[in-house]
Ligand binder design. Structure first.
Ligand code: C2E
Ligand code: MG
Ligand code: MG
Ligand code: MG
Length: 297
């Protein structure tokens, strides 16, 4: 077919495609080596219940300690990992890490005593390529069982666009997982195409309002109106609302008025390496303060 499109196009198309394929396989090799050398890790960012100030959950965010580039954020490698298919190896590794930590952190929470509410759920991001794979759900269950990690403390974050495109098969799997105790959150809500007829049928527990919306609520009445309407809609469907990217005390105050359930963002805490997070968590659990307008310590 390429021939039919004319000479010039064939000549420019072929080297470009070849270059791209070479690029992808180079990155694939690089990512696989990095996985072998243990260069991937996670940082952790808490989500607080706005009313009580308790730690409701903590989100795991992937990082790559690149030997040359230093610390790399997921935006610079997850999309490429998805294209190359290495996302499955990375995802399997991540599932092990999540299950292992869940079990470990639950013990730490128990040591603190029930009055401190523990660490709450571990919220993890999964990619579209991962969850459409038929054995993803089996692998997830396997990891939880092997590490003796309670499913009720795991939360899957799936992006709005991913959720809207899920086939019936995947939705049924998600519903089954949810019946087993795993909670499900829609991530980055408000950035994609939202089909409300579809939203009402999703087997979910909470909706995360994207930070592009949160960022404007203290500067822009229209953004406030949207955040309020989304909160009403989500509550009406029986789910909780999480605001992500909360950076200022003023945003916190507005979210409280709006009736948002959970908050996450720099105003509470930045994503932290595991040990820093555990220290932060202990300090927070023991002081057990409600989220005030002021930045919590
Ligand atoms: P996300 O799940 O929406 O995560 C929130 C992003 O906002 C994180 O970026 C976080 O560091 C950042 N953030 C949190 N609070 C604030 C704030 O107050 N202000 C601002 N400006 N930013 C804030 P990060 O860590 O770069 O992650 C980017 C995206 O990469 C995530 O978006 C998620 O979609 C994806 N990702 C992260 N970890 C994983 C993973 O383990 N697997 C997969 N498949 N994707 C991941
Ligand atoms: Mg997320
Ligand atoms: Mg998000
Ligand atoms: Mg987001």
């Amino acid at each position: 077919h390429a021939k039919e499109r004319g000479r010039g196009q064939v000549q420019s198309f072929t080297p470009m495609l070849a270059e791209r394929l070479a690029d992808n396989s180079r990155l694939e090799r690089e990512l696989r080596d990095a996985l072998g050398r243990g260069e991937f890790t996670f940082v952790f960012q808490p989500q607080l219940a706005l009313a009580s100030g308790r730690i409701a959950a903590v989100e795991a965010l992937m990082r790559w300690h690149h030997p040359v580039d230093g610390l790399r954020a997921p935006g610079s490698f997850i999309p490429r990992a998805e294209e190359s298919g290495i996302i499955h190896e990375l995802g399997d590794w991540a599932l092990e890490e999540f299950a292992r930590r869940l079990a470990h952190w639950q013990r730490i929470g128990q040591q603190l005593g029930p009055q401190h509410g523990g660490i709450g759920r571990l919220a993890v991001n999964v990619s579209p390529r991962q969850i459409v794979r038929p054995d993803f759900f089996t692998r997830l269950r396997d990891a939880l069982v092997r590490h003796d990690a309670p499913p009720a403390l795991l939360e899957l974050e799936i992006t709005e666009s991913m959720a809207m495109q899920c086939g019936d098969e995947t939705l049924a799997e998600l519903a089954r997982l949810r019946a087993e105790g795993v909670t499900i959150a829609i991530d980055d809500f408000g950035t994609g195409y939202s089909n409300f007829a579809r939203l009402k049928d999703l087997p979910i527990d909470r909706v995360k309002i994207d930070r592009s919306l949160t960022a404007d609520i203290d500067r822009c009445a229209a953004a406030r109106t949207i955040a309020q309407a989304v909160t009403g809609l989500v509550h009406g469907l029986g789910h909780e609302v999480v605001a992500e990217g909360v950076e200022t005390a003023e945003q916190l105050a507005i979210l409280r008025v709006i009736g948002c359930d959970l908050v996450q963002g720099y105003a509470i805490a930045r994503p932290m390496p595991e040990q820093d997070f555990l220290d932060w968590m202990r300090g927070h659990a023991l002081s057990h303060q409600p989220v005030s307008g002021a930045l919590p310590g």
